[in-house]
Ligand binder design. Sequence first.
Ligand code: MG
Length: 174
Amino acid sequence: MGTPKAQNDTHFLVGHGYDLHRLEFHAPGGPARPLVLGGVKFPHNRGPVAHSDGDALYHAVTDAILGALGQPDIGQLFPDTDPRHEAQDSAVFVGEAVKRMKDLGWRVGNMDATVILETAKVGPVKSQMRANLARLLEVPESRVNVKGKTHEGVDAVGEGRAVEVHAVVVLVRG
Ligand code: MG
């Protein structure tokens, strides 16, 4: 597919993505799934309440790309009422956003994300998250960054009851 004329008037596009998932204690038959962020499983006594695998980092990155392209967001493309996405590996959502991006004649310039999580450390698995994202976004790892923050004990995120992710992406001509 060629690049639509309307998208020929700029050299780059910026997209922002945000996601939050409630974290619940694991219990037999409970709502929580294993905590997965950027495709990396965290040993944790809580997990996200989600229809898919609840990977808030992949969801934020997906929405950042779709947002830059002016496309429908992740909730519109993959509604949580669709049984096909039950426990879905969220790498599929990133892949669909990347496919749409390439079809429209763009590629990722860089992506920067902040994961806000109180009770597990992002630092030790950051390089694995970057590697996973670089592979999915088809860029070198140097073009992908993930930062971990806490919420300083404040509010639901600070009390460990949710995980929050912000992501910003720049798309350049493919
Ligand atoms: Mg989500």
